[in-house]
Design a protein around this ligand. Structure first.
Ligand SMILES: [Zn+2]
Length: 410
């Protein structure tokens, strides 16, 4: 119901209200369910993207990028054309009636074309192909609501091609990434193992082995999990990663979905084993936080807009008391910028009280107030978000203090 509420009925920390107040993004009728990112919002998006890429780079993932428009034949093969057609956007090429193009709703099938572009041997596995792909899904406009249900989705997606005997190890690695990422925000991830449904395809032997690999990986990591019996996908069991936000709402964000047949069989994916025989790998569809849009919406609401330092669009604001200190204030801002800090200089002709209030409303982690004393002594008066006035220190000491936080997450 919440999605249907008018803006003025939304709670204070609703991400749509915060998005507007903090000047992060907007939605417009000309593109229902697709956010227009403003410069400050894009800064959050970019930092998250950077973190996702850093995780991938450190953990042996290779980044790919596949086309947004693909012929419908791809989705006929995957089965989506039959079962999911109304949820996709597609059109006939105006100059070629025989060509129907689909705006991709997922990256999965296309990753197999990269995999299949060359012969793969057992030595190439696990092959971890990551893609931060822009996807479009035909959500009904009545169901759209801010960042939680969008038509345009950006996923932190990866497809890991593995030998069945490598699944357990690989899932353990995925769990490590998830643990590190979520705990970095202070979230406690909760794990659910979804098992073989009625509609399952594939052999019982494969399913048993697959479910065992997933539960073994969780057990080895000493992770407690619940079992959602018969709630797996028809093509394989999965681990779902949930978190509770500050309002006790449960979100399913990450997944490690095992695929025993859909991609491998439909797209004829194979590798040659030690004996030169052709074998079918399994595929792990993996997402750490899922959709960028939804995750940013959740973070905004969870932190009530006061994002962690590394994600804050403006990290430090420098506030002048009057114009006589402007030269020093410019110097301070320049030093901070040089140290890789996102800094904003507020030298408006307003009272310092008003400047502090307004910048605090913007949830900026640090405000540096510059008056005559500070300019003379080459110091800064620090106001920390949530703590208020924390005293006067020299600029170098402040730089040393915040540089510790700069890379706190990724
Ligand atoms: Zn996938």
């Amino acid at each position: 119901m919440k999605n249907n509420k008018k803006e003025n009925e939304l709670p204070e920390n609703d991400h749509r209200i915060l998005g507007q107040r903090l000047d992060l993004f907007s939605f417009h009728e000309i593109s229902p369910g697709a956010p227009f990112w403003h410069p400050k919002g894009m800064m959050i998006f970019r930092e998250l993207e950077k973190a996702a890429r850093a995780i991938n780079d450190e953990n042996g993932y290779l980044e790919i990028s596949t086309p947004i428009l693909v012929k419908k034949e791809v989705f006929e093969k995957s089965g989506h054309w039959t079962h999911y057609r109304d949820n996709m956007f597609w059109f006939q090429n105006p100059t070629d009636k025989n060509e129907t193009l689909v705006v991709k709703p997922m990256n999965c099938p296309e990753s197999t074309y990269v995999y299949n572009s060359t012969t793969r041997s057992y030595k190439d596995l696990p092959l971890r192909l990551a893609e931060i792909g822009r996807l479009n899904r035909n959500e009904r406009s009545g169901t759209l609501g801010g960042m939680f249900r969008v038509r345009q989705i950006t996923m932190d997606d990866a497809h890991i091609y593995v030998r069945p005997d490598q699944v357990e190890d690989e899932v353990e690695r995925v769990i490590d990434l998830i643990e590190k990422f979520y705990r970095g925000f202070g979230f406690e991830p909760r794990y659910v193992l979804a098992t073989k449904p009625e509609s399952a395809i594939g052999t019982k032997e494969d399913w048993d082995m697959a479910e065992k690999a997933l539960s073994n990986a969780l057990k080895k990591k000493n992770i407690t999990f619940t079992v959602a019996k018969s709630e797996g996908a028809f093509y394989g069991p999965k681990i779902e990663v949930h978190m509770k936000d500050s309002q006790e709402r449960d979100w399913q964000l990450g997944t490690a979905q095992l695929d025993l047949v859909m991609l491998p069989k439909q797209f004829d994916v194979s590798y040659t084993d030690e004996g030169g025989k052709k074998q079918m790998p399994w595929v792990i569809h993996r997402a750490i936080f899922g959709s960028f849009e939804r995750f940013i919406g959740i973070l905004l609401e969870h932190f009530n807009g006061a994002l962690p330092f590394w994600l804050s669009p403006v990290q430090v604001a420098v506030l002048t008391i009057n114009d006589t200190v402007k030269e020093y204030a410019v110097h301070v801002a320049k030093e901070l910028k040089g140290a890789g800090i996102r800094v904003m200089l507020d030298d408006r002709n307003e009272t310092i009280g008003k400047k502090i209030r307004e910048n605090e409303m913007q949830k900026i982690p640090y405000l540096l107030v510059i008056g005559g004393k500070e300019a003379e002594a080459k110091t800064v008066a620090v106001r920390e978000r949530g703590k208020g006035d924390t005293g006067v220190i020299n600029l170098d000491a402040f730089l040393a203090h915040i540089s510790k936080q700069k890379g706190a997450h990724a």
